[in-house]
Ligand binder design. Structure first.
Ligand code: HEM
Length: 150
């Protein structure tokens, strides 16, 4: 399958990056919403955060994670990942971090649903710190994808 994208390769890569930007925008925003939502539990404001989070999940986060994964796997096949292509250590490392990031996405969506039921169990400082994890992942993933150090 290596090289199967042919002339579509650059287009697929462009849309991969476009949807990465949408996904990351959502992943930077949702943890901020969670902090505000948790602070607002028990007040009239909580319902507004619940609505904002549901909209962000439905309109940005869910479609973009799906498209990033589909296009990313097309690019990976194009590079010969599934045929054991050589020199793809960077891609294996990138996939591991992106899997962890997808897990973070799942956790944040789950916590948002928990807050919607009025249950918040994470200390505010810890919740703020968890919100920094996507930034760390972006730094590592972009270096791996662009520099391809190994
Ligand atoms: C969801 C799973 C993902 C897969 C399977 C994947 C896979 C890939 C592959 C195979 C390439 C092509 C590299 C090439 O042809 O040279 C690529 C490019 C790229 N990816 Fe991903 N990716 C994923 C998610 C992400 C994420 C989350 C980010 C950023 C946070 C990202 C950032 C980039 C960038 C910046 C490039 C362009 C690299 C370049 O050509 O210089 N990707 N991706």
């Amino acid at each position: 399958m290596a090289g199967w994208l042919g002339g579509a390769y650059l287009w697929v890569k462009a849309f991969h990056i476009i949807f990465v930007i949408f996904w990351m925008a959502g992943l930077f925003l949702l943890p901020r919403y969670l902090v505000h939502h948790q602070e607002a539990l028990g007040t009239a404001e909580a319902a507004a955060w619940e609505r904002r989070e549901a909209l962000l999940r439905r309109m940005i986060l869910a479609p973009s994670i799906l498209i990033v994964w589909i296009l990313g796997l097309c690019l990976a096949a194009n590079l010969g990942l599934f045929e054991g292509g050589a020199g793809l250590g960077w891609l294996h490392a990138k996939l591991l971090i992106v899997l962890l990031l997808s897990g973070f996405h799942g956790w944040a969506v789950g916590y948002s649903k928990k807050l919607a039921k009025g249950q918040g169990s994470i200390a505010p400082r810890r919740l703020r710190m968890l919100g920094e994890l996507p930034a760390l992942a972006v730094v590592l993933v972009v270096i791996l994808a662009v520099v391809k150090p190994f």
